[in-house]
Design a protein around this ligand. Structure first.
Ligand code: NZQ
Ligand code: ZN
Length: 383
């Protein structure tokens, strides 16, 4: 096992009605709040009103930024940073999915340090301060609510990149599964693919970490068991809560302890390129990229893939081929795309996606990919 430090400072409030405590808790962080939301789903389904009531009850001053896009872009973040700086805010309350929470984290660093957001993300400038972020999650999947990562697009530079900084852990996170009961089945499925993919990324990092492997197995089994149940009964608190907690645990550090890196992450890097090109939801890029990446590794890493199969499907002699087939079948069972052509509108354009992957430096951290490997993986994503 590798040496590791586990320090996750995010305080999690889980369960029905937990947001009712928000008005008391936020008073610990200052006097002026930036309230950040996405394109409007939280207003449509009433979560915005619940949180607004809490802000009013706290008697803190607040300003609002509405309109963070799914797959967030740096321009929106820059605008919100300007607001946050001018208004001298000292707390960010982010209500939404991964896109809103990720944006809040970068706004926090850029505003606190008076530095350019993209320069922070591309590590051109260092930062040492943050504005506290409180997250209230409405979509289970990314794990952003209890981790120190953020993913943002720069349309001009044709890049979608992730950035990790321990200053970005939310101070508090509110997980009320009822807030996720309105998520449409397609986005529920994409969130489930995402959490499974996070667990698998950790599994394919280097290092002997058998307990972490078992956590991966347990999290993915929880997702696979509850996926058809939640899709059949989207308003079920029971199934929503199981999926929500599984998603948080899939990327809060616990599956990476004892490994050389937090994960391999090549599949995520490939996914970000697809997402950038076609504005595809994150989980839908992973249901295409994961089967292709596994098939590419079939001969080189058959032993590790069949080991994964044993953890996921409790079959002692399961082959690598069967493991991949079962994972792909699971994605299909949730009506997720497993080929680029499933996205419908896409023409065969191998070079376009290949060039973007090279430009975005897709390699992975453990099973490193070279340009010729990416060509094979792109083929596997088409055919
Ligand atoms: O924008 P609104 O109107 O709010 O609607 C959203 C959006 O259209 C909607 N939605 C959210 N909560 C809802 C709801 N609809 C009905 N009821 C609700 N309760 O769902 C759509 C997708 O939302 P989004 O936040 O974009 O999805 P997700 O949570 O999957 O976040 C995706 C982003 O997170 C990044 C992805 O790359 C992508 O940019 N990731 C962040 C990670 C992290 N910070 O650790 C790790 C992940 O691997 C991922 O890369
Ligand atoms: Zn992900």
């Amino acid at each position: 096992m590798e040496n590791f430090i586990l320090h996750n400072p995010t305080k999690v409030f889980f369960g029905k009605g937990v947001v009712e405590k928000l008005h008391e808790n936020i008073k610990n962080y200052g006097s002026k709040v930036l309230f950040l939301i996405g394109k409007g789903s939280v207003m449509r389904y009433g979560y915005y009103d619940i949180v607004l009531e809490q802000l009013k009850k706290s008697r803190l001053k607040y300003i609002e930024y509405k309109g963070i896009r799914p797959n967030p872009v740096i321009e929106d973040i820059n605008y919100a940073v300007q607001m946050a700086t001018e208004e001298k805010i000292d707390l960010i309350v982010a209500l939404g999915g991964g896109s809103v929470i990720d944006s809040a984290k970068i706004i926090s660093l850029a505003a606190a340090n008076r530095k350019d957001a993209w320069e922070i993300m591309t590590k051109k400038v260092a930062v040492d301060k943050q504005i506290p972020v409180i997250s209230i999650l409405t979509l289970a999947g990314t794990g952003s609510e209890m981790n120190a990562a953020a993913v943002v697009q720069n349309l001009k530079q044709e890049r979608k990149i992730g950035y990790v900084n321990s200053l970005m852990y939310p101070k508090e996170t509110y997980l009320d599964p009822e807030f996720t009961c309105t998520v449409a089945n397609n986005h529920t499925s994409y969130g489930i693919v995402d959490l499974v993919a996070h667990a698998l990324e950790a599994f394919f990092a280097d290092g002997d970490a058998t307990l972490s492997d078992k956590f991966v197995g347990a999290i993915v089994q929880e997702a696979m068991y509850n996926a058809p149940l939640v899709l059949a009964e989207p308003k079920s608190y029971k199934y929503r809560s199981r999926i929500m907690w599984a998603a948080t645990c899939a990327l809060n550090g616990i599956t990476s302890c004892g490994r050389k890196t937090s994960g391999d992450w090549a599949v995520h890097e490939i996914g970000h390129a697809i997402s950038f090109l076609y504005d595809t939801p994150h989980g839908a890029t992973l249901s295409i990229a994961y089967p292709a990446w596994l098939k590419f590794h079939l001969t080189k890493n058959a032993k590790r893939i069949s080991q994964l199969g044993r953890y996921l499907f409790n079959e002692n002699n399961i082959s690598a081929e069967k493991t991949i087939l079962k994972i792909e079948t699971f994605f299909k069972s949730m009506s997720c795309p497993t080929k680029l052509t499933d996205l419908g509108f896409i023409e065969y354009d191998k070079n376009k996606i290949l060039n973007l992957m090279i430009k975005n430096n897709v390699t992975g951290l453990n099973h490193k990919l070279e340009a010729k490997d990416l060509t094979d993986i792109v083929d596997l994503m088409y055919f």
